[in-house]
Design a protein around this ligand. Structure first.
Ligand SMILES: *[C@@H]1O[C@H](CO)[C@@H](O)[C@H](O)[C@H]1NC(C)=O
Ligand SMILES: *[C@@H]1O[C@H](CO)[C@@H](O)[C@H](O)[C@H]1NC(C)=O
Ligand SMILES: *[C@@H]1O[C@H](CO)[C@@H](O)[C@H](O)[C@H]1NC(C)=O
Length: 184
């Protein structure tokens, strides 16, 4: 190795070591709270609710924003109510806000990217973020829950979705979601 390179590596090493020492003992890190997360601080929560995807009528909660000639690429923005029961007029516990897109050329698999924004009881104001693949014709679809806010900070888990009702005539759907998450 050429001396210059050796020297450069050595000074890089020195600056890394001093950076670590400064971070460990410097005032910088002391400005932050030092609450430690332990495995015991994790809670597990299971939620069950119904997702109403209303594409028909005067007040749709899902609208196509991209409508290619083929179905592939269709993209919809949703603000779908989440309720305690299958009936659309049952108690609303939150909304699913985000989008879904037909991201498969060969079957009906959607990309789901949405936040569940809860408005119910102690979950009011808290959210869960779901990002996953949803092959809508499968009986049960599993999607990852990749994060959360409020009482669901640090959330990770999964959602199981199954279609309860699908109206072939107008495309409206009611989907049951069972969500299991670990969180702080
Ligand atoms: C870092 O701080 C601790 C306690 O405040 C001290 O005992 C230790 O010697 C310090 N280390 C360095 C490398 O300055
Ligand atoms: C949820 O929180 C919002 C804002 O804090 C408040 O206006 C609303 O009344 C709360 N709803 C419920 C059902 O607690
Ligand atoms: C969702 O939870 C309910 C109640 O525990 C259960 O009956 C149902 O089978 C679950 N659905 C799925 C897809 O696991």
């Amino acid at each position: 190795m050429a001396p210059l390179q050796t020297f450069t590596l050595f000074s890089l090493y020195l600056s890394l070591v001093s950076a670590i020492v400064i971070t460990a003992n410097g005032s910088f890190s002391h400005h932050f709270a030092t609450t430690k997360l332990t495995p015991n601080a994790q809670k597990m929560t299971r939620l069950h609710f119904y997702f109403h995807d209303i594409v028909s009528g005067k007040h749709p909660t899902a609208i196509a924003i991209i409508r290619p000639k083929s179905a592939f690429g269709m993209t919809a923005i949703v603000d779908d109510p989440l309720t305690l029961d299958t009936k659309p007029r049952s108690k609303v516990v939150g909304r699913a806000q985000g989008l879904y897109a037909l991201a498969s050329k060969h079957n009906k698999a959607l990309l789901m990217a949405m936040n569940f924004a809860f408005t119910y009881g102690k979950y009011n104001g808290s959210t869960l973020s779901v990002l996953g693949r949803n092959p809508v014709l499968d009986a049960v679809r599993e999607m990852p829950v990749i994060g959360g806010s409020g009482v669901f900070r640090f959330a990770r888990g999964y959602a199981l979705a199954n279609t309860v009702r699908f109206n072939l005539r107008n495309g409206d759907a009611v989907i049951r979601y069972n969500v299991t998450i670990m969180h702080g």
